[in-house]
Design a protein. Structure first.
Length: 364
C-alpha cells in the first residue's frame, strides 16, 4: 500500500539564516550542507528526517535538540501510528534523486514542500518497517565505519599540513604572503552552455566538487562545445577548480583536477592555473582549511541562497608560500596517506554496492 508522505507526517521548515551558526555551539545546526554546523540555541527537540531544500539536496535523520536553516524541511511523525521514522529516512535517501529531478530555479536549485508531501511511500506494517531498517542499519553501520576511516585519513592530511606549514592566519613560520593573483598565471570561468545527452566532453559542475576538496564523478554530465571555445573552459591535469557560486556554506569548494582525460567546466567553477612557486595540491589543501573557509564565507555573506565570490575577489585572497622543499615533503606525506585510502575506499565501494542493492529491493 502506498501513502502520501504528507498524510503521515507534519512537515515544517527551519527559520534561521545560514549565518546563524556558531563554531562553539553545542547543538547541531542543519543547513543544505551534508555535515551539520553548530549553534548555541535550539528550536526543535524531536525525532525527525531532515531534507535540505536547496543546493546540495540531501537527507539526514536526527533525534534530539537542534536548529535548522530556513530551507531545511523537518519531517515528524503526525501520530498516526503507521510510520517508523527511521524507515522514512531510508525511503527519502532512495527518493532524493527524484527530488533532484523535480528541483527548480536558476543557479541554486530548490524544491518546495509539496514535492515532499506528495511523494508516495510504500507502507508495510510497523514490524516490517523495523525489520527493513534493521537490515539496512547493519550495512549502513559498516558504511559509516569505512567513511569514518576515510574522514580520519583526510583529517590526518590536514593536521600534517598545519604541522608543516603553520596556521594559515597566524603564519607562525613567517612564510612569504602573497595574493592568489600573484601566483596565478590564469584565472578563467567555465562555460554557461547546458549539458546535452551524448555530448562529446565530460562536463564538471559544482556538485562534482566535494566539500572536502575531492572530485566526485558519480553524476557526471556531458557537453558539446566547438573547438574554438574548448581552450577557454577545458581543464587538464594540475588545474585547480574553485566553486565560485553556491550556498554560503559550500561556496569556495576547491579541488585539483588530477585526471588524465580533459574535461569541460561549467560557469560556476573558476579554473586557476598556478605558477611554479606553489604546487596545486598544496594550494588546494590550503583553500580547504576551515580557517580559509571562514574567510570565504565572510566574503560571500549576505547572499545565503546564492553566495558568490568572483574572480577578482578570489585573486585578492592572501596565501602563504612555503619553501619548495617543505611543499614536496607534504606531497610525500599525502601520497602515503592516499595509498592507505585506496584499500579503505575499495572496501567502502563493495559495501556500497550491497547497500544500494538492498535499497533497490525495498524501495525500487
Amino acid at each position: 500500500m502506498k501513502v502520501k508522505i504528507g498524510d503521515l507526517t507534519n512537515i515544517k521548515t527551519g527559520k534561521l539564516d545560514a549565518n546563524a551558526s556558531s563554531e562553539d555551539g553545542q547543538y547541531p545546526f542543519f543547513t543544505c550542507s551534508r555535515e551539520p554546523l553548530k549553534i548555541s540555541t535550539y528550536s526543535y527537540d524531536c525525532e525527525c528526517v531532515l531534507v535540505a531544500g536547496n543546493g546540495d539536496l540531501n537527507v539526514k535523520y536526527y533525534k534530539g535538540k537542534f536548529d535548522a536553516y530556513q530551507r531545511t524541511y523537518i519531517m515528524e511523525d503526525n501520530g498516526s501510528g503507521k510510520l517508523y521514522i527511521p524507515y522514512l529516512y531510508y525511503f527519502m535517501e532512495a527518493y532524493i534523486d527524484e527530488l533532484r529531478k523535480q528541483a527548480i530555479g536558476g543557479v541554486i536549485k530548490y524544491i518546495k514542500l509539496g514535492n515532499i508531501a506528495d511523494a508516495m511511500i510504500e507502507l508495510p506494517s510497523i514490524d516490517n518497517q523495523k525489520f527493513i531498517v534493521d537490515i539496512l542499519g547493519k550495512v549502513k553501520e559498516i558504511l559509516d565505519k569505512r567513511n569514518a576511516e576515510i574522514s580520519a585519513l583526510d583529517a590526518l592530511i590536514k593536521a600534517r599540513f598545519v604541522e608543516l606549514f603553520g596556521d594559515p592566519v597566524k603564519n607562525p613560520k613567517g612564510w612569504e604572503v602573497v595574493t592568489i593573483g600573484d601566483i596565478a598565471t590564469e584565472v578563467r570561468y567555465g562555460t554557461s552552455k547546458p549539458a546535452v545527452e551524448g555530448g562529446k566532453y565530460p562536463y564538471l559542475r559544482m556538485n562534482n566538487i566535494t566539500s572536502d576538496g575531492h572530485l566526485d564523478l558519480n553524476d557526471l554530465k556531458y557537453i558539446d562545445i566547438t573547438e574554438d571555445e574548448i581552450e577557454k573552459c577545458v581543464v587538464r591535469k594540475g588545474d585547480v577548480l574553485f566553486n565560485r557560486t553556491n550556498s554560503i556554506e559550500l561556496v569556495g569548494k576547491t579541488a585539483v583536477f588530477d585526471l588524465l582525460d580533459d574535461m569541460v567546466i561549467a560557469g560556476y567553477i573558476i579554473r586557476v592555473r598556478l605558477n611554479e612557486r606553489i604546487l596545486p595540491e598544496v594550494f588546494s589543501q590550503y583553500m580547504n582549511l576551515e580557517a580559509l573557509k571562514n574567510i570565504l564565507r565572510s566574503m560571500a555573506k549576505g547572499a545565503v541562497n546564492q553566495a558568490n565570490i568572483n574572480a577578482q575577489e578570489l585573486q585578492s585572497i592572501k596565501v602563504y608560500i612555503p619553501d619548495m622543499g617543505a611543499q614536496k615533503k607534504f606531497i610525500e606525506i599525502k601520497d602515503q596517506v592516499d595509498k592507505s585510502k585506496v584499500a579503505v575506499q575499495k572496501a567502502l565501494d563493495e559495501t556500497q554496492l550491497l547497500f544500494d542493492s538492498l535499497m533497490q529491493k525495498y524501495f525500487g
